[in-house]
Design a protein around this ligand. Sequence first.
Ligand code: IVH
Length: 672
Amino acid sequence: MNEAQARKRIDKLREELHFHNYRYYVLDDPVISDAEYDRLMRELENLEKEYPHLVTPDSPTQRVGAPPLDKFEEVRHAVPMLSLANAFEEEEVREFDGRVKRFLETTGDVEYCAEPKIDGVAVELVYEQGRFLIGSTRGDGQVGENVTQNLKTIKAIPLNLIPSKGKPLPARLDVRGEVYLPLKAFQELNARRERDGEPPFANPRNAAAGSLRQLDSSITAQRPLDIFCHGIGRYSGTELKTQWELLEALRSWGFKINPHRRRCRNVNEVFLFYRELDALREKLPYEIDGVVIKVNSFRLQEALGTVARSPRWALAFKFKPKEAITRVLDIVVNVGRTGALTPSAVLEPVRVGGVTVSSATLHNQDEIDRKDVRIGDTVVIQRAGDVIPEVVRVLVEKRTGKEKKFRLPDRCPVCGSEVDRPEGEAVARCTGIACPAKLKETIIHFASRDAMNIEGLGVKIIEQMVERGLIKDYADLYTLTLEQMLTLERMGPKLAENILTAIRNSKKTTLDRLIYALGILHVGEHIAKLLANEFSTVEELSQATLERLTSIKGIGEEIASSVVKFFQQEGNQKVIRKLKDYGVEYPPRPARPKAKDLKFQGKTFVFTGGLKTLSRSEAESKVESLGGKASSSVSKKTDFVVAGEDPGSKLDKAKALGVKVLTEDEFLELVG
Ligand code: IVH
């Protein structure tokens, strides 16, 4: 076979594989055997191996096999991804229908398209000239994360659109959908995680989100994620008139859409559909948590527009969670990895929605007080889409007078340190750094890249060290010996030496890293930098008063009080003294540049679009390091807008306001 022939055969194989993939994963109706499919795939793989320059990103072989990423890039949605207003009662849906009619100034019925609300993760898939280009998570609705490689592993996502007869493919199509993990796969995944000693996912949605946010797409590929598509963002193609028509168009292009959808002539038909779907719900192989109701006509949708972050033309009508009645036998307190004390009710076992439940979360003291839950009470519990059940309300009429009120302890039940609950916060936390309940997490943080950067000291190793009592706090890392290291599982002398060297090297650090590494609640990297700018040593910081701390720009009451409390704990002071004794050191603080030397002093920058040579956050820290401010929105006060590739509406706004616009190169020149 020569290259021209190979090219032809490759094209043919791809076309066939795309088709069979579609039959299997989208239509659930294969027309060839698995063995035949594998044979075609192998033939394609072999040809692509022989002619690597013929590999294209949309080849069926490219669904797995990209190298792991360091981080996800940001993706700006061309059209923002909105959220939905919720309704829980029919009455609220009638009100919605009434509002729609009033707004449209009509007394006649409004037609709706009703669809299951899939309990998964919202994503956007960008197609240009019919090819899948970029896939992203919803993020904050404006900007999400680029998870293209992970989305490619989902076989129900077409890499190429199917042309339909007589109609050109849209030049640009942004499809929205919900990625989910089928229930069976969720159960299998959790069973495997428990066997491997990994924490199980709380529910299928979290499992789907966790799987989609893997930097290594080969892990995502092992999770049988699936998708239902239900909408579009930016679109340039032949005109579509209704949501119903859109769903059909999506189907014709090869997307998987949910079979349980209904065109409803009025709101009463929506209620019928809601009830039918609620009855069907338990039998579905994936989780849904309600019905999404959309005004069917796009013309009317446009007329209705959006308020805040949700459209006026759509509503999520949620299902009622499954409820049951039982008794609170006791209230116990768990200390989580972050030190949070969480009370939970020990229940007389009861079945709810097909599962036996014997405990329910009470969240925190405020929740207990608000619901007035007492030991011995008869309560209503519910299990929503989430697997962790909760107490909804107390049946006060069942009280006998023997019920006991409950208060969270003042001391941590695990280590005895003081429990702190800052003013205005719901969560109470243990303040001890050496609390075994949070020790692992504290040490993982201490060793992490942006903290002490101890390379090779991974989670598994830290867990073993803590479990075997080799370390009782992070300062103990600096006392570890080769002998101790060699008692750990899967630890050879070479690896042990490397880790010990990395630990030793980490002693030379910087003050901001060290402050960050201490793991003070609310003190992230940015705050640590502010503090390191203000104080010369950890000792000086540890003496700082609330007033002194709150006088620092960027540090509020909550952070300041967390810092003070941290250093008030004698146990914490002891660990910090140990760090110093073991030789952890940082260079003295450089003389602060005078404000007038900073060339961006008082200037505000806004970035829009993608930059070629540096990430958004790098660019922003450049601005800040030169005394300027990076803001996310353009106003008259903005001094410069830096426009990268594919700039968004901020550029238009800048032009409208007459704000100076810089290219990336101009910006870099300015930075110097
Ligand atoms: S339409 C502007 N349709 O629910 C409305 N959303 O709370 C856009 N969802 O972020 C959403 N199933 O991730 C729509 N059939 C469906 C859906 C659905 C699940 C999710 C979606 C959205 C969230 C809104």
